[in-house]
Design a protein around this ligand. Structure first.
Ligand code: SF4
Length: 354
């Protein structure tokens, strides 16, 4: 059921509240269930603002892909709400919709996958790959499909005559542009970029990021940018959410997060960031985290990060730190006010001139 727009912040395109996704216990010997259920996402809340690029970062297994799958309706959440501001100003709780009703949001929310090779059917020409989306969603009349595909290819920097090529005839970067054209075919408002440039080499990655920025400006797109690569996140994101074992540990404006992290996990991620640009410098040493990322089926008591945190105390082992507001940001650490953590800073002018 639609809710009144007044209950929704006008800037928010999407609002996630207390989202939880629990998977059944893993299968063990002879296919028997073993162990507890897996809490891949554990009660997280955040919003996505219209026109922004919101980064979602964390190590593999932190739950970031599960979050996007819940938002896109691929996996139903176990609990929580996902409220979406429709074009007509009404707010819809996507989690309360039937599968059929959910389908109408498929055109509004699109995804670009990491591996363009795997996500494009090798037996189909590009005109059919992109045209299929136009046809299924009735974006244009059938007679207009080819012309529309050619226009989309031009818009993503590909030659329109490539429309009759098969995916194998493209380079990795070009294939990803086809993936972007396919995502844009339905005139979406929210595009989820799931490690969308991770498989590309550095120069192609930069070109693709610049293309994404141009498209965002031209079409007023909102991006949810999922990546484990912080250098990419810093380049393209306005705000960043840092996840650890299914929970949010920090949310901040990108520039603030990189200059001065408030959570020790964010600090450790930043300390591993290569700093090739002489205009930037890292303050302090690289922090090597001991141990592995916690298993979400066997989450440590208290702060999930405590077995790897150099500041952990008895309190951290016993009490879960809530995500709270501090200095206009959000952080989940008992000692965030007291810690002085290192970020990646613009070098002072004298250092650059030295
Ligand atoms: Fe480290 Fe404790 Fe903060 Fe968790 S709550 S990040 S263990 S200092």
């Amino acid at each position: 059921m639609s809710e009144n727009v007044l209950r929704h912040h006008p800037e928010r395109l999407l609002e996630v509240s207390d989202l939880t996704k629990v998977f059944p216990p893993r299968k063990g010997f002879l296919g028997r269930s073993s162990g507890p259920p897996v809490r891949a996402v554990d009660g997280i809340s955040f919003d996505i603002r219209s026109g922004e690029t919101l980064g979602l970062v964390g190590e593999s297994g932190c739950g970031k892909s599960t979050v996007t799958r819940c938002i896109l309706g691929i996996d139903p959440p176990t609990s929580g709400t996902i409220r979406y501001l429709e074009r007509n100003g009404q707010v819809e709780n996507l989690t309360s919709l039937s599968e059929t009703d959910r389908l109408r949001f498929c055109t509004d929310m699109r995804i670009v996958f990491q591996d363009p090779q795997a996500s494009l059917n090798p037996r189909m020409q590009v005109v059919d790959i992109v045209g299929e989306v136009l046809k299924v969603n009735r974006v244009v009349p059938r007679s207009e499909i080819e012309r529309h595909v050619r226009q989309l290819l031009i818009r993503v920097g590909l030659r329109p005559e490539y429309s009759h090529r098969y995916p194998h005839a493209f380079s990795g970067g070009e294939r990803q542009r086809v993936g972007i054209a396919r995502a844009l075919a339905t005139h979406p408002r929210l595009v989820v970029l799931d490690e969308a440039v991770s498989a590309l080499d550095v120069s192609v990655r930069a070109q693709t990021l610049n293309l994404l920025r141009d498209l965002q400006e031209e079409f007023g797109l909102t991006y949810l940018f999922v990546s484990h690569d912080l250098s990419v996140i810093e380049y393209i994101c306005d705000r960043v959410i840092v996840m650890y074992v299914g929970q949010i540990v920090e949310i901040a404006e990108s520039s603030e997060l990189f200059a001065r992290p408030l959570h020790p996990y964010t600090e450790a991620l930043l300390s591993a960031l290569p700093v090739p640009d002489p205009a930037y410098k890292r303050k302090g040493r690289r922090i090597h985290l001991s141990g592995e990322v916690a298993d979400p089926a066997y989450r440590p008591a208290g702060c999930s990060f405590h077995p790897r945190c150099r500041f952990a105390t008895e309190l951290c082992k016993e009490k879960v730190p809530p995500l709270r507001t501090l200095q206009g940001r959000s952080v989940a650490c008992h000692y965030a006010e007291e810690l002085t953590l290192q970020g990646v800073h613009p070098a002072p002018a004298e250092a650059q001139n030295a």
